[in-house]
Write a protein that binds this ligand. Structure first.
Ligand code: ADP
Ligand code: MG
Length: 646
């Protein structure tokens, strides 16, 4: 007996003991593992000429034995060696395992979270099974191995037999649980029934690319014995209607058992013949639709189906905030299905987070996370790109040089941008939630590109408006600027309430100018990197009185108002160089400073080198004094810089 690794053990205990309501996802997990294994073999066959794979035979098979209470998920994929059984099933394979270990204490009571966040994969089998037996033969090996465990302490690995490469995962289902105090108990019988399994496959695994097959029992009219004077008629070769397995080139395993019950038959086929007898027979049926969901037009797919696909493929608990499906035709053809998650994954801002889209070439997965398909600032997007034009043999190194891939990536970037813009304009509430989750990445995109990305991303940003008390776009800010305002004012700090009380903020607001309150550490860096906001199509400002009067008359006469683009500078209200005071106000302040020179000198000395200068300000509204900085670097930014990079 080999023991499970500690973290695996903890997760297993949770799995087994939780009364998790969504146990049924175990089948999805096992099927997805089977599909991955078939994928790996398929890929090998397509890229390695020494490996022969019969594409049409690739399949996943479900079978049940109600007497023994077993459910088996089989695949003819790549299989596992004894070493791989040990490595893959003895420890949690998920990247989340480390986090799981450290956060385990907090999560103890909340299984739902763990399952939702990490996806529990293979171990989910123990939610419904008291024993799991895995018989696997790796492709290219002669012997098979058996991994077996009751999920409690450990597992055993021994030699076994299997006719061909592939894996059988055999679950012995748990005993039914009695209900407590009138509550309904829990029965695992569903997972032994045809309808139960069909239902689960359709709900969770419909788009798996390989046929998920099961022998199902059907009935049909028994062929009548042929009469001597008749040619063998078509009625003798009656075949099941809608034999879906035939479409996939798989042999139909119909063998009659002749258990027809004549009393079921209430009608006669025609007046001259006897009522036909019915017989039961078994047939291999494909339960899933198999057409990849990304190949379908979005009009043909229900939101619900997209959501289910997203959740099961990307192990998310929540439905996506937005689904983007598009199909490029022409010189470069591909299908793309992208999702904007409903909330940020727990590790999004950690170093471990890997961005990327799954890359397929004609239904074969080439890479699970192709990073080159997504710019960093859209790293939260999940999805799939399928293009027959991408070579199967493409390697990580050549990806960046691949022109087609670069063309796809650039189109994807534009598409995500335009979808986000649409969301911002048509569903502001959802967009604000989106921005709360992922806005930091967008800002960072501008900052880390030294402002180069501002033309695409600036309009996707939201900031808190001190005047409006809500999130505004820069465009909204610019449009609400009163005549005479020439800059976009912002204040940066940790706390919005505190910022809104800053004397300088109040001073700017008192002049009718809005102030953006920036509380994210990246905000100020982003605005610095942008330097200006390129506002588009603002009502034209006329310096000249006569010109303005003429324009107003023209508009009154029905002409379109003249518009102009304007570069508007960002200004930190806390930096010394903002200058809103009138000449008169400034003069008064300067005079006062001179008149009280000695007092200010004394104050400076009392502050003992902590300040550069003390003077009268023309900027204060209702506060007696304010500390400001000189130059473009604000106090807040100095603080962030002193903290060092994260
Ligand atoms: P994940 O699928 O996220 O890697 P799982 O816990 O579901 O995590 O599976 C762990 C590992 O076990 C897989 O990565 C794979 O290497 C291996 N595995 C599981 N099922 C099969 C299978 N049917 N055939 C081959 N390998 C498998
Ligand atoms: Mg898995």
């Amino acid at each position: 007996m080999r023991k499970f690794k500690t973290e695996s053990k903890k997760l297993l205990d949770l799995m087994i003991n939780s009364i998790y309501t969504n146990r049924e996802i175990f089948l999805r997990e096992l099927i997805s593992n089977a599909s991955d294994a078939v994928d790996k073999l398929n890929f090998k066959g397509l890229t390695d000429s020494s490996v022969q794979v019969d594409q049409d035979s690739l399949a996943i098979r479900l079978s049940v034995d109600p007497e023994a209470r077993t459910l088996t998920v089989s695949d003819n994929g790549i299989g596992m060696t004894a070493d791989e059984l040990e490595r893959n099933l003895g420890t949690i394979a998920h990247s989340g395992s480390q986090e799981f270990k450290s956060e385990n204490a907090e999560h103890q009571g909340n299984t739902l979270d763990i399952i939702g966040q990490f996806g529990v994969g293979f171990y989910s089998a123990f939610m419904v099974a008291k024993k799991v037996r895995v018989v696997s033969r790796a492709f290219g090996e002669d012997v098979a191995h058996v991994w077996e465990s009751d999920g409690l302490e450990g597992y055993t690995i021994s030699e076994g037999e299997r006719e061909t490469h592939g894996t059988d995962v055999i679950l012995t289902l748990r005993d039914n649980l009695p209900g407590e105090q009138g509550e309904p108990g829990e029965s695992f019988e569903t997972y032994l029934t045809e309808w139960g399994l069909k239902d689960l496959v359709r709900r969770y695994s419909n788009y798996v690319r390989y046929p998920i097959q099961m022998l199902v029992t059907k009935s049909r009219p028994k062929p009548e014995p042929a009469k001597d004077d008749e040619q063998p008629s078509s009625s003798q070769t009656t075949d099941a209607q809608g034999d879906s397995s035939a479409e996939h080139g798989t042999a139909s395993a119909s063998d009659s058992e002749g258990k027809a019950d004549a009393s079921d038959v209430a009608h006669a086929a025609d007046a001259s013949s006897h009522a036909p007898e019915y017989e039961e027979y078994e047939e291999l049926e494909t339960l899933n639709s198999m057409t990849p969901i990304w190949k379908k037009r979005s009009s043909e797919v229900e939101d619900e189906e997209y959501a289910e696909f997203y959740k099961s493929t990307f192990h998310d608990w929540e439905a996506p905030a937005r689904t983007i499906s598009f199909h490029a035709e022409g010189t470069l053809e591909y299908d793309a299905l992208l999702f904007i998650p409903g909330k940020a994954p727990f590790d999004l801002y950690s170093r471990e987070y890997e961005k990327g889209l799954a890359l397929y070439s004609s239904n074969v997965m080439i890479m699970e996370k192709c990073a080159d398909l997504l710019p960093d600032h859209f790293n939260f997007v999940r999805g799939i790109v399928d293009s027959a034009d991408v070579s199967l043999n493409i390697s990580r190194e050549t990806l960046q040089q691949d022109r087609q891939l670069r063309a796809i990536a650039s189109r994807i970037e534009k598409k995500i941008g335009s979808e986000l813009a649409e969301m911002r304009d048509k569903d502001r509430e959802a967009y604000e939630t989106f921005f709360e989750n992922f806005g930091r990445g967008l800002k960072f995109g501008i900052y880390s590109s030294y402002g180069m990305k501002a033309s695409e991303l600036a309009d996707l940003l939201l900031f808190w408006s001190a005047r409006e008390n809500r999130m505004v776009t820069l465009d909204e800010y610019a449009r609400s600027m009163p005549a005479g305002q020439t800059a976009i004012y912002f204040a940066a700090g940790d706390d919005r309430t505190r910022l809104s009380k800053m004397p300088v903020v109040r001073s700017v607001l008192s002049r009718g100018y809005d102030v953006l309150l920036c509380t994210a550490d990246v905000d100020e860096f982003t605005l610095q990197a942008m330097r200006v906001y390129e506002a588009k199509g603002l009502p034209k400002v006329f310096e000249d009185e006569t010109a303005r009067a003429a324009a107003e008359t023209a508009v009154a006469d029905g002409a379109e108002p003249e518009l102009e683009d304007r570069s508007i500078e960002f200004k930190n209200v806390a930096s010394g160089d903002i200058d809103l005071a009138s000449e008169d106000e400034k003069k008064t302040a300067e005079e006062a400073t001179r008149a009280h020179k000695d007092l200010f000198q004394a104050m400076k000395e009392a502050l003992d080198g902590k300040v550069e200068r003390v003077s009268v300000s023309a900027r204060l509204v209702d506060a007696p004094a304010a500390i400001t900085t000189e130059g473009p670097v604000s106090l807040e930014m100095e603080k962030v810089m002193a903290r060092g990079p994260e």
